[in-house]
Write a protein that binds this ligand. Sequence first.
Ligand SMILES: CC(C)(COP(=O)(O)OP(=O)(O)OC[C@H]1O[C@@H](n2cnc3c(N)ncnc32)[C@H](O)[C@@H]1OP(=O)(O)O)[C@@H](O)C(=O)NCCC(=O)NCCS
Length: 184
Amino acid sequence: MHENASAEAGLPSRATLRDGRQVVLRRIRAQDKAGLLAAFHRLSADSRYTRFMASMRELPDAMLESATHPVAGREFALVAVTDGDAGTIVGGARYAAGPGSDTCEFAVTVADDWHGVGLAKCLMQSLIGVARAAGYRNMEGYVLASNTSMRGLARGLGFVDRVCPDDSTLRVVSLGLAEVPGAA
Ligand SMILES: CC(C)(COP(=O)(O)OP(=O)(O)OC[C@H]1O[C@@H](n2cnc3c(N)ncnc32)[C@H](O)[C@@H]1OP(=O)(O)O)[C@@H](O)C(=O)NCCC(=O)NCCS
């Protein structure tokens, strides 16, 4: 990944959500560990399940460590925080790619009391911008078939939604990044 992809994609940035609340979107930092863990603990059991596809009471140390230390060149993570630097983490999105792959896999999570005001859409638009600037040609995600909000969000962003060939309880959503955004 180009080191300046996040700046090219306009990060950090400020977003005003549909209910008037504001957040700053910025790349994750090593110092975000405590904030990310607190955000995980505030998530409902349902949100944890749809994000991790497993019942997670705790976030294992190894996952927290890798979440806050994206591998340069093939991983990227951003967070949405209230009130700038010292603020609370209320959402996050990340992608990861295998070595040499031109396809990256995304994940996105928004705090339950911030659902439905457009925050995931802002996070995904920024993440897509970074992935495109970094040179990836495809973005995809694995989503529970029952996750109507994520599937609606993905479709609204132009992702194609297909059944997962290996597991009919999952959908694979994919977006070509090479096309010019908005082109007919
Ligand atoms: C899925 C999730 C990220 C959506 O976050 P959100 O901030 O509430 O979503 P947004 O408000 O940005 O919604 C954006 C779009 O998604 C679609 N959408 C949202 N909720 C929807 C629903 N219940 N049904 C259908 N479409 C929906 C709409 O197109 C919406 O656009 P609109 O508001 O202009 O109509 C959030 O519910 C979440 O964090 N869930 C737990 C983790 C998870 O499941 N992650 C996905 C797996 S990686």
